[in-house]
Design a protein around this ligand. Structure first.
Ligand SMILES: Nc1ncnc2c1ncn2[C@@H]1O[C@H](COP(=O)(O)OP(=O)(O)OP(=O)(O)O)[C@@H](O)[C@H]1O
Length: 210
């Protein structure tokens, strides 16, 4: 079995108009979730944008990011191999559930209907292949978004308040599902959240910005 690389965030400092905004120096092991908390405006989304490779040039960043031996901060966003999960599932409305999952597969694997079927079975949605995303509940959309993320075989994952739009009853189930899937896939992950219960469910170290 291949081991995924560790994500190293090395002495990263981000400033806005010459004012230091945040500093972080952490490594995230495969299967570990680092939770970043902090008040509104402390720079949580800025940190994710920096790691993902779409930080606005208004900000100045120093430091380095490595995924194993691969230096990420010098690569364009699409070459970083990161998977993103947001508050909004962001499913393509013109594709079926299966179409959304197929799109995430590497080009050479798009014929593999079995992978799509297995992914849906894992989240209890075996009968949903042909469904239009607009006809799904919020929780069902979130599960499709999670499986789409995993099928895209990311090497590390960034999560931006992924449970914020789910109602309370669903939220705990989704936390359990997301964090167990990330652990099973052995992916290093960074979670940004306001919610202490998210951080506890993630089960990893917590840092506070601001
Ligand atoms: N493109 C931009 N240009 C200038 N300033 C920005 C830009 N984006 C964000 N900021 C400022 O940078 C600071 C950090 O914003 P950021 O969105 O990272 O905070 P946050 O911790 O994610 O907040 P929230 O919890 O409200 O989402 C804020 O003061 C914000 O006003």
């Amino acid at each position: 079995m291949t081991t995924n690389p560790t994500l190293h965030i090395k002495q990263v400092q981000i400033s806005l108009h010459s004012e230091p905004m945040l500093a972080i120096d952490r490594s995230i092991a495969p299967g570990e979730v680092l939770t970043v908390m902090g008040p509104s405006g402390s720079g949580k989304s800025t940190l994710l944008a920096y790691l993902a490779g779409f930080l606005s040039p208004t900000f100045k960043a120093q430091g380095q990011v490595f995924l194993g031996k691969m230096q990420l901060d010098t690569l364009p966003a699409e070459q970083r191999g990161l998977g993103l999960l947001f508050q909004d599932p962001l499913l393509f409305p013109h594709l079926s559930v299966a179409g959304n999952l197929r799109f995430a597969l590497p080009r050479h694997a798009r014929h593999k209907q079995s992978q799509i079927r297995e992914a849906l079975e894992q989240v209890g949605m075996a009968d949903f292949e042909t469904r239009d995303p607009a006809t799904l509940s919020g929780g069902q959309q979130a599960r499709v978004a999670l499986m789409r993320l995993l099928l895209s075989t990311p090497r590390a994952v960034l999560l931006d308040e992924p449970f914020a739009k789910l109602d309370t009853a669903l939220r705990q189930d989704m936390r359990t599902l997301v964090f167990s899937q990330l652990r099973d896939a052995g992916l290093p992950a960074l979670l940004v959240t306001h919610d202490q219960a998210d951080a506890e469910a993630a089960g990893g170290p917590i840092i506070e910005l601001g």
